[in-house]
Structures are given as C-alpha cells and as structure tokens.
Ligand binder design. Structure first.
Ligand code: CO
Length: 134
C-alpha cells in the first residue's frame, strides 16, 4: 500500500527563522510560503534529491501545530507522509483493521493539491502518518 516517502514535516515556532536556517546555514532550496487555512498552517517545502522536508508554522492559537509547539517549544518532527496510489482504497483497508483516522475520515486537499488523510499516532507507534494520493 505504501509508496515513497513524499515528505517529512517539522513544526517550527518561527517560519522565517527556519527558512533562513535551511536556506543559509544548510544551503537548501526552499519554496515560497503557502498558507493553508484548512490545515491551520503556513508551509514551505525544502526540495531534496530523494524527498522533501515540510516546515509548518501555526496560523493561530487554534492550529493543531500550536498545540504541538506548546509541548515542543523549539519545534520538532511532526509527521511523515507516505504516497499511496488510491487513498480511498487505503482508507477502507485501514478502517477494516480498526485503525483510527483523524477527522471524519474524508480526505482533505493537501499542500500539493492532492487528497490527504492523517492516521492516529496512537495506532502507529506514536508517529503521526499522512497519506497522500499521487
Ligand atoms: Co505533510
């Protein structure tokens, strides 16, 4: 069911400082910021030869990323995103095993304009997993 790692996401308290760190200190190519109100974040992508890193900054205090940063004030790894060919087939398979999805189980549109789902970290080794249909 799982394909490539599409991206690894890091929650950050200060996106401009995080962009400068990746661009200037680490010498990476960083995309322009994108505001995603449906997900409560502003996001940039760092393009690497084999995958992407997603830097997430909360839009406001109601953002799920704000809650994460309250527990991890200097930032931290937030989720890993795997590619799937058919997100509805993946969802049905997961639900049939009793795995929990975040939200109502309806795919949302992710940062790349593709459908995404999030899987409950308590069912996946303490790791938040995003599935993105490619
Ligand atoms: Co993501």
């Amino acid at each position: 069911m799982l394909g490539r790692v599409n991206h690894i996401a890091i929650a950050v308290p200060d996106l401009a400082a995080a962009v400068a760190l990746y661009r200037d200190t680490l010498g990476a190519i960083v995309s322009p910021p994108q505001v995603l109100p449906e997900h409560g974040v502003t996001v940039v992508f760092i393009e690497l030869p084999n995958t992407k890193i997603e830097l997430l900054e909360p839009l406001d205090a109601a953002s799920p990323i704000a809650a994460f940063l309250a527990k991890n004030p200097s930032g931290g790894m937030h989720h890993i995103c795997y590619e799937v060919a058919d997100i509805m087939a993946a969802r049905d398979r997961l639900l049939s095993t009793g795995a929990r999805l975040l939200g109502d189980g309806t795919p949302k549109t992710g940062a790349h304009g593709k459908p995404v789902l999030f899987l409950h970290p308590k069912d996946f080794l303490g790791t938040l997993i995003e599935l993105e249909q490619i």
